[in-house]
Write a protein that binds this ligand. Structure first.
Ligand SMILES: [Zn+2]
Length: 163
């Protein structure tokens, strides 16, 4: 298995739509690491997320994803892209596309069930004042859940636009 399938900067961001993509699959000894591009804003066509939106989704979905019990997958990282059009998720483990998508959908569902933003305090967060209320980011979390459910149903992640 080759170590890396592609890198994100090769992608044409002018033609990218919302979706969940897999820009890289890496194998380190026996461990497979899948990088996901969870794109919730169409670059150059829609306003990017605000800092508050990205930060709040980070707290809620990172917690929701890490709360998932799976024998196959564990969360290595979840956080916003610097361009504020989406998030990166890194999962370790081997599973089918539908299992990976189900894992993401379940994490989003767990985040949507939260009544408070986790770790909304100065001890656990470096800038908790920028966090919004849970209601403010429900549409983003619902879209991530719905995109993941759709991917699970068809068994394939979204494909980047070809050059
Ligand atoms: Zn924080």
């Amino acid at each position: 298995m080759e170590s890396r399938s592609s890198i994100s900067f090769d992608v044409d961001h002018l033609r990218m739509t919302r979706g969940i993509y897999i820009p890289a699959v890496d194998r380190i000894e026996s461990v497979v690491v899948t990088t996901f591009d969870i794109r919730v804003r169409r670059p150059y066509a829609e306003p990017v997320m605000t800092e508050g939106e990205a930060h709040t989704v980070e707290h809620m979905l990172a917690t929701g994803l890490r709360s998932q019990k799976s024998d196959r997958l564990i969360v290595l990282y979840f956080g916003p892209m610097g361009c504020m059009t989406g998030f990166y998720l890194l999962l370790a483990g081997e599973a089918s596309n539908s299992e990976k998508a189900d894992f993401i959908a379940a994490g989003a569902e767990a985040a949507l069930a939260m009544e408070e933003v986790p770790a909304r305090n100065a001890r656990q967060c470096g800038n908790y004042g920028s966090l919004l209320d849970v209601q403010a980011v429900r549409p983003i979390l619902e879209e991530i859940r719905d995109m993941a459910r759709s991917i699970s149903g068809r068994g394939a992640f979204d494909a980047y636009p070809s050059k």
